[in-house]
Design a binder for this molecule. Structure first.
Ligand SMILES: [Fe+2]
Ligand SMILES: [Fe+2]
Length: 187
């Protein structure tokens, strides 16, 4: 696997781990205590910052563009499908945000369950189809160049300090919801 696709795949593992926590969260039909409320706010912030701005940002701004240049189709092809799913995810995150403001647990859980299913299937398609295409059409030097752009994107979008804070938050939620943190790889 190339350097750039490997980086994205590693982020997928982090996102999948957070989805496991989200899955536990939405089994609660009411929220007791201010901590649990705060964890939901923090987790939505994580999805906005890490999953969307950082991860989907790397894919949309850099990977998909590089693949298009190699002739991988956007409209009616795999890139178009991936972009459509990123947009659906943004709508779900928006619903979760509004639901938190309105303290509407039911609406939050509904959007969160949809997001969990969407992203799980999305990541599976990227890992097994899109990244396989990327590894075929991009050579080692192009993967390395993409990886450098990813690093730059990461610094610009979230920065090192925020990354550290997210890592700590993921560990705290994992403990609170009883999800084993052995695979909590935010780096
Ligand atoms: Fe994606
Ligand atoms: Fe992805």
């Amino acid at each position: 696997m190339g350097k750039a696709t490997q980086n994205l795949k590693k982020e997928h593992e982090t996102i999948l781990f957070v989805l496991k926590i989200l899955d536990k969260m939405i089994q609660e039909t009411h929220i007791d205590g201010s901590e649990k409320r705060r964890y939901r706010h923090e987790l939505v912030e994580f999805l906005k910052t890490f999953a969307d701005k950082c991860h989907h940002g790397k894919e949309e701004t850099h990977l998909f563009k590089a693949l298009e240049e190699k002739g991988v189709r956007k409209e009616g092809g795999p890139i178009g499908v991936m972009l459509g799913e990123h947009d659906q995810g943004r709508r779900d995150i928006l619903q979760m945000t509004f639901a938190l403001i309105a303290a509407d647990v039911e609406s939050f859980n509904e959007a969160a369950a949809r997001y969990r299913d969407l992203l799980t299937a999305h990541i599976d398609k990227e890992n097994n189809v899109l990244f396989a295409i990327a590894d075929q059409v991009l050579d080692e030097a192009q993967q390395a160049a993409l990886y450098d752009k990813f690093q730059e994107h990461e610094e610009t979008v979230i920065g090192h300090g925020v990354h550290e804070r997210l890592h700590e938050q993921v560990k705290t939620w994992a403990q609170a919801y009883g999800v084993s943190d052995e695979h909590a790889p935010v780096e």
